[in-house]
Unconditional design. Structure first.
Length: 156
């Protein structure tokens, strides 16, 4: 009777091992067909940003200024250190802390107009969220970090 139980245990263990092996063979193929969480986050944020982009772009009254300064930098090759486009503060000292984004906006505007600016903005937003999602997963935090961010911002 003891020998029979050992045989059944060994048979069950062998059966479980072979089922696990089969699952391990199937899982990579199944996972290959599904996008990673980072890709899903990227696509979701990218589409949401494009959907809400007209209201986001109209909400920022500085877009025209960003495009104008970006064009100035591209044409002159210099980053302005004094205010060139203000009526009330013309000639005053200017801290050019947004110069790189202004150049990128101006380039995307040259290539595709306002649609280019919208696509660039959506791309930056989506890439940022995808990178944050990956870093959260690497640090052992939950992948869906938005509820925690929302909760933290609401409590402050």
């Amino acid at each position: 009777m003891i020998g029979e139980d050992s045989y059944l245990d060994a048979l069950a263990q062998n059966s479980l091992t072979s089922q696990t092996d089969k699952l391990e063979e199937i899982e990579p193929r199944r996972l290959w067909l599904l996008p990673s969480p980072e890709v899903l986050v990227f696509c979701l944020v990218f589409l949401a940003a494009l959907t809400f982009m007209p209201s986001m772009m109209n909400g920022d009254g500085d877009l025209g200024r960003h495009l104008t300064i970006g064009e100035y930098i591209l044409e002159s090759g210099k980053i302005p250190t004094s205010d060139l486009f203000s009526h009330t503060l013309e000639g005053q000292r200017l801290v050019p802390h947004e110069w790189l984004s202004q150049v990128l906006f101006a380039l995307s505007h040259r290539v595709a107009g306002m649609n280019g600016v919208a696509w660039l903005t959506a791309l930056v937003l989506a890439a940022s969220y995808a990178i944050l999602n990956r870093r959260a997963a690497q640090n052992g935090r939950p992948r869906a970090f938005w509820p925690g961010c929302w909760t933290n911002s609401r409590s402050n």
